[in-house]
Write a protein that binds this ligand. Structure first.
Ligand SMILES: C[S@@+](CC[C@H](N)C(=O)[O-])C[C@H]1O[C@@H](n2cnc3c(N)ncnc32)[C@H](O)[C@@H]1O
Length: 267
C-alpha cells in the first residue's frame, strides 16, 4: 500500500487532504455524531483531517485513530495537539491485521481509504471483527465517475480517466462510492443506509470554487500528471488541456458537480 498509494504522501497531497476536509466538513460530517462515552476506531486517519472534525464535534467520545504510515500519524498527532483535542489516541496499525481484541469498539469510521485498497471487502471484514455486536460503521468514499461540469471538456474527462486508471493499476478503485452498499452487504453488515452527498459548485459559492474545484478535485488530477505521462495514457498536450478545462469550470460562468457517498451500517 505504501508503495502504490496513488496520491502519495507529499506535502502537497497532505495540504490537499486538509483543504478537502475543511471544504467538505459540513456536507460530510453534519451527522457524524456519536453518543457521549462511545469509543470509535478511525481507520486510515492519514494526517488527521477528518479526525480533527470528528474529535471537535464529539468531545465526549473517545477515538483511536490508526494509520499504516507513521509520518502521517505524527502530523495528525501534532494537528490535534495544536487544536487542543485530547480525546484521540493515535496508533500505527494495519487495517488487515488489527492489534485489537474482537468487539471492543462502539463505532468504526473509514473515510477515503477503501478506494485505495486491493481488498476493500477484506478490510471491512477485519474492521467488523473489532466492532461490538450492534455497533455501527460509517464509510465515506468518492466516485470519480460522478464528476460533470460546465463548460464540458473532453480532455478534462480524459485526464480524470487517467487518474481512475492509475488508481485501478495500483489496486484501488476511484469509482468505489457506488459500490458501498454491495460491499457492506457482502461483508455481512445490516441496516445499510447510503446517502449520496453531492457537491454542486458555481460562482455563488466562492469558498467551494476555490476549496473544491481548484484545491481538491483539480489538484488531485494534477497530482497524477507525471505518472499519466510516463504510462502513455495521454499525451502532454491533451493532459494540460484537460487540466485547463477543469480550472476553467472555476470561472464565473462555470459549474461543477461531484458526488460523495456516505454509508452507515450495523454489525
Ligand atoms: C486518502 S488517505 C485518507 C486519510 C483520511 N481518512 C482523510 O480522509 O483525510 C488514505 C489513508 O489510508 C491509509 N492506509 C492505507 N492502507 C492502510 C492500511 N492497510 N492500514 C491502515 N491505514 C492504511 C494511508 O496511509 C492513508 O493515510
Amino acid at each position: 500500500m505504501n508503495q502504490t498509494y496513488v496520491h502519495g504522501y507529499s506535502e502537497r497531497e497532505n495540504q490537499r487532504l486538509q483543504d478537502q476536509a475543511s471544504t467538505l466538513s459540513e456536507l460530510l460530517h453534519v451527522d457524524s455524531l456519536f453518543p457521549a462515552g462511545s469509543h470509535i476506531l478511525e481507520a486510515g486517519c492519514g494526517v488527521g483531517s477528518q479526525t480533527l472534525t470528528l474529535a471537535r464535534q464529539n468531545p465526549q467520545a473517545s477515538f483511536t485513530s490508526i494509520d499504516i504510515s507513521t509520518s502521517s500519524l505524527e502530523q495528525a498527532r501534532q494537528k490535534l495537539e495544536a487544536a487542543g483535542c485530547r480525546n484521540v489516541q493515535f496508533q500505527q496499525a494495519d487495517i488487515f491485521n488489527l492489534p485489537f481484541k474482537p468487539g471492543i469498539f462502539d463505532h468504526v469510521f473509514v473515510c477515503f481509504v477503501l478506494e485505495h485498497l486491493r481488498a476493500p471487502g477484506e478490510a471491512l471484514a477485519s474492521l467488523k471483527k473489532v466492532l461490538k455486536p450492534g455497533g455501527t460503521i460509517t464509510v465515506i468514499e468518492g466516485d470519480h465517475g460522478s464528476a460533470y461540469f460546465h463548460p464540458d471538456c473532453a480532455e478534462a474527462h480524459l485526464a480524470i480517466q487517467c487518474q481512475i486508471k492509475l488508481q485501478a493499476d495500483a489496486g484501488g478503485n476511484a469509482l468505489i462510492g457506488r459500490e458501498l452498499y454491495p460491499l457492506l452487504r457482502k461483508s455481512g453488515f445490516t441496516d445499510i443506509r447510503v446517502s449520496p452527498r453531492m457537491v454542486y459548485v458555481d460562482a455563488s459559492k466562492p469558498g467551494l470554487v476555490d476549496g473544491f474545484i481548484r484545491k481538491t478535485f483539480t489538484a488531485m488530477i494534477e497530482g497524477v500528471r507525471e505518472r499519466a505521462l510516463q504510462t502513455d495514457l495521454v499525451d502532454a498536450a491533451a493532459f494540460e488541456k484537460g487540466i485547463r478545462g477543469l480550472y476553467r469550470t472555476a470561472d464565473p460562468d462555470g459549474t461543477f458537480c461531484y458526488t460523495f457517498f456516505k454509508a452507515i451500517a450495523i454489525k
